[in-house]
Design a protein around this ligand. Structure first.
Ligand code: C2E
Ligand code: CA
Ligand code: CA
Ligand code: CA
Length: 277
């Protein structure tokens, strides 16, 4: 039994070092990913639910790793956040998304908004507002075509500072959406003091909206809340037609999900935009 324990210990040790090594390598690779042009921005359309028209899209980053293939953000954003690399990655995504919108505009494609995710570290970073202003100016896009996505925990963290940042961002003309709404701990009373333009209902509620009465009630109240605060509301993670029926009935105007399209590369998004011309 004693040697078994020792074997097991050596096994754990080996596993641990391999995992540590893997994370370490990934971190090293991630440091070079931006410079080596390995990051990709995918776009997922946002749909006007009653007319099924595309009204906007969300920019979602991926990492085209030379050995490991396409890595999803869930597998490297946390590492990027921990190491601070998210600040430069986030700036890159923002620039890429705005340049893309400018290009589509120049080609005469319909004007749509692009939503860009901000990470907690990026949101607290002192250069954020300056950087967004610079990117808007340099790409020349209509600021109203940019929407920034923040989460409840990010803005509830230090309310005065967050509110000041949000005001500065909206003064640039950009929209401001709360992402994953319903999963955080926002105090509803604060919502009306934030300069928000949109709520995004988290996909965990949309998933069982037609089968679970609690999720149905939650989604219904978030939609009503958005209406009463005069905010736009988007449902995320729509995969089935019956979810659309449910949402339309409650006047949730916009939706996003695999039912309409997965996140796709810019070329494919461009094709989708050409279809609505
Ligand atoms: P998120 O911001 O909540 O983005 C929505 C996620 O839901 C995306 O995953 C999208 O592919 C997925 N999704 C969309 N429709 C459906 C659906 O119908 N069903 C299901 N099951 N999933 C759907 P993705 O692209 O893997 O991104 C995961 C998360 O990574 C994002 O969640 C966001 O938190 C983060 N992320 C992605 N890009 C960026 C970025 O540029 N910056 C930062 N800070 N975070 C990012
Ligand atoms: Ca998002
Ligand atoms: Ca979300
Ligand atoms: Ca999320």
């Amino acid at each position: 039994a004693k040697s078994e324990g020792k074997d097991r210990y050596q096994f754990f040790e080996r596993e641990m070092t391999q995992t540590t090594k893997r994370v370490f390598e990934l971190e090293n690779d991630l440091r070079k990913a931006v410079a080596r042009n390995e990051l990709r921005v995918y776009y997922q359309p946002q749909i006007q639910l009653d007319s099924q028209q595309i009204t906007g899209m969300e920019a979602l980053v991926r990492w085209q790793h030379p050995q490991r293939g396409l890595i999803s953000p869930a597998d490297f954003i946390p590492l990027a956040e921990e190491t601070g690399l998210i600040v430069s990655i986030g700036e890159w995504v923002l620039r890429q998304a705005c340049q893309q919108v400018a290009m589509w505009h120049d080609q005469g494609l319909p004007a749509v908004t692009v939503a860009v995710n901000l990470s907690p570290l990026q949101f607290r970073h002192k250069a954020l507002v300056r950087n967004v202003a610079k990117t808007l100016k340099e790409t020349g896009i209509n600021p109203a075509c940019l929407e920034l996505e923040v989460t409840e925990s990010m803005i509830m963290d230090s309310i005065d500072k967050s509110t000041a940042t949000m005001i500065e961002l909206t003064e640039l003309g950009a929209g401001l959406a709360i992402d994953d709404f319903g999963t955080g701990y926002s105090s509803l009373s604060y919502l009306r003091y934030f300069p928000l333009t949109k709520l995004k209902i988290d996909k965990s509620f949309i998933e069982r909206v037609t089968s679970d009465e609690h999720d149905a009630a939650l989604a219904t109240s978030v939609i009503a809340l958005a209406h009463s605060l005069n905010l736009k509301v988007v449902a995320e993670g729509i995969e089935h037609e019956d979810q659309v029926q449910f949402l339309v009935k409650r006047s949730c105007h916009q939706g996003q999900g695999f039912l309409f399209s997965r996140p796709v590369p810019a070329e494919d998004m461009e094709q989708l935009l050409r279809q609505i011309q």
